[in-house]
Design a protein. Structure first.
Length: 111
């Protein structure tokens, strides 16, 4: 976010009375989106990948030809990769929502 937009947002928030519901909600959303780490999305992707790996191992993995290294890679790689992708998506969505909130505030409170 560039400095000009942050300055405009600060001016807008300073101009709204402190007891205004719009200001309270906007500040809460700015804090929420600005501090988003993507952990909840990462956890959801982790759960989905663990479910997928479990289904694969139960129904499709050939246990009679089991290779320990291959088994470890089948389990660990998708779980870590999908969790990382989930975190990145969560952070990206928060940044998009924050930018949309900023644009909404700028469009609604023009000086």
């Amino acid at each position: 976010m560039n400095a000009r937009i942050k300055y405009q947002i600060n001016r807008i928030l300073e101009s709204i009375p402190n007891d205004d519901e719009t200001k309270i909600r906007s500040v809460e959303k700015i804090k929420k989106y600005g501090n988003e780490c993507g952990c909840s999305w990462g956890a959801n992707f982790l759960l989905a990948s663990l479910t997928g790996v479990t289904v694969y191992l139960l129904f499709y993995y050939e246990w009679q030809n089991a290779n320990p290294v291959k088994l470890i890679l089948i389990v660990i790689l998708p779980v870590f990769v999908s969790s990382g992708i989930g975190k990145i998506i969560g952070i990206g969505i928060a940044k998009i929502r924050l930018r949309m909130l900023y644009k909404s505030l700028i469009n609604h409170y023009t000086f």
